[in-house]
Design a protein around this ligand. Structure first.
Ligand SMILES: [Zn+2]
Length: 689
């Protein structure tokens, strides 16, 4: 589970399957002070009435979301910082005229290929022509099975980067096996829709109905631009097919329930369990003909989607394939296609009104397709050994605080505690950058062929993933690049990654007091550690095996407490017609609560019983909680916030902040009294860890 999902303007170079969530973001002024930002507070708001607006009110009032963004947050600000640095590194590399065949050459050539606007316009759709011709030549369902198999990519990731979406019929995830984690296995997940989630097709909400109308018009426009006859008729058929697929899909809340996901199927099972698709041909074309074992995340979706392959007309599937191919690559096609994609996916879906400059999009492309190659340069330049040491020290303090909280839990049985301690002791915490870097030497990058570069990258990554099947697991493997502003818990490896780019002010500042560092990055470190034990983490043992190491009584207590937390979040409604889904966001809400609680302990321990220095009249405890409230500050456009509430497993920043109402220390710090809006009686405060 990663810390945050930040929707991007350029999204889905998915083809390459590495990351989805890139960014949003605009530099606000650089953080000048060290510690909490007093100027961002709104002292006219009582902390006990609305803690988010108390911490961030002045910032919310003066901050305008720029036209090319859908939201702003600390994450997006740090993304900007990381992007600027990355852009400068790429420019430096390009000017240095690096030798042929080197990683630096690939960076320079990939960048040049995206910036070659006139070349892209001249070529038009011709780079896709062979692929579109192959689709047009499909003459029966056997050919269709092959074509569908050829589209399979390693582009989903249900546990680490929590990405459940691919527009291909299905998606592959190569990861340690559920049962012991010693070898990599093949997970298959549902796919086949372009809109972000099944709810976009099925919800009765008028806003969603309107988006569906706009989406169908968008599909028709894309087909028309590509020269297809009868674009409206085809668009209707494509939409209807995606709608039928969405009906078979699992909901996000079900996707996240790892106990429902462990469904081992042999390759020979598919024909009987999911009849319709010619599976032999599908797997052969996907290069998985000899892969015997799979784990099928959403079995009924496979049954349903496969039946649609049989029942729906061949011509509809061919239109669906053609449209998906063009849509997946629209960002790197001629301007008419990229603009049309922007108009629907950014404007309509997230409320962004202006496209980002091409130079910024170029950085994203390089970052996604050659992430580790750029990351190597980034880590060398921006993450000195001193920063690494200090961050590691904080991690170990908070791990220790967690160990103590576990000892202090009255409800947890000794046998369970022993397992929990074992899990914490075995936890691998990666700080800054990976121990080994990905090798791109087999990937061909040409300076004048952006489509070919993206296509080859996508296949290169897919083949890399497939080649790992059956091989021993590297528990120190990283799932994020150093320049990524995020953090991640890797349950099957019992590991965490904290990339260099999140270990930056205002989250982490070597010159800031402990109070604000623990309130901000400390709570984030605690968040990730808490995932080790949450409703998902409790399902995995110290070796990453899917094994319940809790007693039934422990689990009962945990479930009762977490149900209470889900109910608390169900009551938060950003819009009159749209409330949070406490179940969908539960693991992340537990992590926020557990994280800030453990970090508060870590902070208190770091004081060694000395009073914390006051800053601008704020006590140490007040600074801690304000830093927490400021770490999750955010401002979103309505469309983006709606999308987030419906599809994100994280609650919006406002509600992440509000979890402080469950901590006794917060009541003491701000003298919160009964009658104030966030006040909870001591018995109603959710206490999980
Ligand atoms: Zn998380």
């Amino acid at each position: 589970m990663r810390l945050a999902r930040i929707f991007s303007a350029i999204k889905r170079f998915v083809l390459c399957a590495i990351l989805i969530a890139l960014f949003a973001a605009q530099a606000q002024q650089a953080q000048q002070n060290h510690g909490i930002a007093v100027a961002d507070l709104d002292p006219s708001v009582k902390p006990g009435d609305d803690f988010f607006r108390y911490c961030d009110g002045a910032w919310l009032k003066r901050t305008e979301i720029p036209p090319d963004r859908s939201s702003l947050s600390v994450f997006s600000m740090l993304d900007d910082r990381s992007n600027k640095r990355t852009a400068a590194l790429i420019e430096e590399v390009s000017k240095s005229n690096p030798p042929a065949g080197s990683g630096a050459r690939k960076i320079a050539d990939l960048h040049a290929s995206f910036m070659d606007e006139s070349g892209i316009e001249t070529k038009g759709l011709s780079p896709l022509k062979p692929h579109l011709d192959a689709i047009a030549a499909i003459k029966d369902k056997h050919d269709l099975a092959r074509a569908l198999g050829e589209t399979l990519r390693a582009d989903e990731d249900p546990l680490n980067n929590t990405n459940y979406h691919t527009s291909n019929l299905f998606g592959l995830w190569v990861a340690p096996d559920f049962s012991g984690s010693e070898h990599y296995t093949a997970y298959l997940l549902q796919g086949g829709i372009v809109l972000p989630d099944r709810e976009y097709y099925l919800s009765d909400n008028p806003h969603m109905r309107e988006l569906r109308t706009q989406y169908q018009a968008h599909v028709a426009t894309v087909l028309k631009l590509a020269g297809f006859s009868d674009p409206e008729t085809r668009a209707k058929r494509i939409f209807d097919l995606e709608h039928a697929i969405a009906e078979k899909h699992w909901s996000l809340a079900d996707d996240q329930d790892v106990h429902k996901a462990n469904n081992p199927w042999k390759q020979s099972d598919f024909a009987s369990k999911a009849p319709g698709l010619e599976w032999n041909e599908y797997f052969r074309a996907a290069g998985l003909g000899r892969q015997e074992n799979f784990i099928v995340w959403q079995p009924s979706a496979f049954t349903g989607e496969s039946a649609l392959v049989a029942s729906e007309p061949l011509e509809t599937w061919k239109d669906w394939l053609s449209y998906h191919l063009i849509e997946d690559y629209a960002d790197i096609l001629p301007k008419a296609f990229a603009d049309e994609r922007f108009t629907f996916f950014d404007k309509a879906l997230t409320g962004v009104s202006e496209q980002r400059p091409r130079s910024e999009r170029a950085v994203l492309v390089v970052d996604v397709l050659l992430g580790d190659e750029v990351g190597k340069l980034y880590a060398q330049r921006y993450f000195p050994p001193e920063a690494k040491q200090r961050a590691q020290k904080m991690v170990s303090n908070i791990v220790e605080a967690f160990q103590k909280r576990i000892d202090a839990l009255a409800w947890m049985k000794p046998a369970t505690k022993k397992e929990a301690h074992a899990k914490l002791s075995a936890l691998y915490v990666g700080v800054g950058y990976p121990e080994t870097w990905r090798d791109y030497s087999g990937l061909e990058i040409k300076p004048d062929d952006i489509f070919g570069n993206a296509w080859r990258s996508s296949l290169f990554e897919y083949h890399r993933q497939v080649s790992r099947l059956g091989k021993p697991v590297d528990t120190h493997e990283w799932w994020m690049t150093p320049q990524t502003v995020n953090a991640v818990n890797l349950p099957l490896q019992n590991a965490l990654n904290f990339p260099a780019a999140i270990l930056e002010p205002p989250f982490f500042d070597a010159k800031a007091p402990d109070a604000s560092n623990y309130g901000a990055i400390g709570a984030i470190i605690g968040h990730e550690i808490s995932h080790t034990f949450d409703s998902e983490g409790s399902a995995f043992d110290a070796h990453g095996g899917l094994r319940n190491w809790w007693t039934a009584a422990d689990l009962d207590h945990f479930n009762a407490a977490t149900t209470q937390l889900a109910a608390q979040y169900d009551k938060y409604c950003p819009f009159p017609d749209l409330c949070l889904n406490g179940k969908q966001t539960l693991p992340e809400n537990i992590a926020d609560l557990g994280g800030v609680a453990a970090s508060f302990d870590g902070y208190r321990a770091a004081l060694h019983n000395q009073p914390a220095p006051e800053v601008d009249g704020f006590s140490g405890d007040q600074q801690f909680f304000i830093a927490f409230g400021q770490a999750f500050r955010s401002k979103s456009r309505e469309a983006a916030l709606r999308r987030r509430v419906m599809t994100d497993e994280h609650s919006p920043g406002e509600y992440r902040t509000t979890t402080v109402r469950n901590l006794d220390g917060w009541y003491e710090a701000f003298h919160v009294q009964p009658g104030e809006k966030l006040y909870l009686a001591p018995d109603d405060r959710v206490r999980i860890w």
